[in-house]
Design a binder for this molecule. Structure first.
Ligand code: G4P
Length: 292
């Protein structure tokens, strides 16, 4: 699997995080609610020390609510961590964050106190910019795929005692765990040209057969599920008109269509990992120089 991040890039981002952290009172780490472990980079847990952290389980509208609730419990077992599921474009959801920030860092941000300095971090595509824009009430955050922390980040005054960096801190996806990398690809966090769509679609279908068979049946109006993932993908291809001349299924197109349906939530609210199932929770890994 190819990915755009290279060691020099990661090293630079790491150095920038180390430099910026002392000027931050609270971290908002944006995760994808569908895959909160695979969409985290364990580096952050290692670097944050005792700094309070809010784990935003974003894109809750796409995730299985029962599983998301279980993730909140999972993360809140960690020291100085609160977790909150939300939809970054939803002002009501995002409106809950400032109060939570003040609860997490009670010595700042209240009347007569110094401002509470907050930074939003996460891997690409989890919704950092969307969240910053909703918090600020206007279009602020630059979206990009390069480590974007500057040594002197501009701050947005939210006028409620909170100063927010206008540039999201960019982490890179930890790609050393193959299953996690596949889930990231399925979620759309990794560009489609970095992987083989049928590989990712077949692995995802296998997972859905185990966890969400009814959604697969319903989503593609199937009466029963064919015997294996390839047959299911072929059937999806037929249903979605992904055919080549002569009527055979174009497996690549079928895979791309299936992944599109999944990411758009057309199959329903689906979580791609659950507490206890995920390989290595962030912060518990000893083997991650490759993810650092
Ligand atoms: P980033 O800064 O972390 O890289 O992520 P960004 O905010 O650019 O969001 C990445 C994509 O995720 C965007 O979609 C954005 O609309 C979508 N997104 C963010 N938050 C949520 C959410 O809570 N729910 C859902 N369903 N989607 C969310 P896009 O298609 O790349 O861009 P756009 O066409 O929406 O502008």
């Amino acid at each position: 699997m190819i990915i755009d991040w290279y060691p020099g890039h990661m090293k630079k981002a790491r150095a920038q995080i180390v430099e910026v952290l002392p000027t931050i009172d609270l971290i908002i780490e944006v995760l994808d609610a569908r895959l909160p472990v695979s969409s985290a980079n364990p580096l952050l847990e290692k670097l944050r020390g005792a700094k309070p952290c809010i784990k935003v389980l974003n894109k809750k509208d796409l995730a299985d609510p029962t599983v998301t609730k279980a993730w909140v419990g999972f993360f809140e077992q960690q020291q100085r961590v609160k977790a909150i599921p939300l939809e970054a474009k939803d002002r009501r959801d995002v409106g809950l964050l400032p109060k939570l920030c003040r609860t997490m860092a009670p010595n700042r941000g209240n009347k007569g106190q110094k401002p509470l300095r907050v930074m939003v971090v996460g891997i690409p595509n989890v919704g950092k910019s969307t969240l910053i824009n909703t918090l600020a009430g206007k279009r602020m955050a630059r979206v990009g795929d390069k480590p974007a922390i500057t040594t002197c980040p501009q701050k947005i005054d939210l006028r409620n005692g909170i100063l927010l960096s206008d540039t999201p801190g960019l982490l890179w996806p930890a790609m050393d765990d193959q299953a996690g990398a596949c889930r990231l690809a399925a979620s759309g966090a990794i560009g489609d040209n970095a992987f083989d769509p049928p590989d990712i679609a077949l692995m995802t279908i296998e997972y859905l057969v185990g966890k969400y068979p009814a959604l697969l049946l319903q989503g593609y109006q199937l009466t029963d599920l064919p015997e294996n993932s390839t047959e299911i993908l072929m059937e999806i291809g037929r249903r979605r008109g992904c055919l080549v001349k002569g009527g055979d299924v174009d497996l690549n197109r079928a895979a791309i269509q299936f992944l599109r349906d999944l990411r758009a939530g057309k199959l329903g609210r689906i979580s791609l990992e659950r507490p206890g199932e995920a390989p290595v929770p962030p912060g518990d890994s000893d083997s991650d120089e490759s993810s650092l």
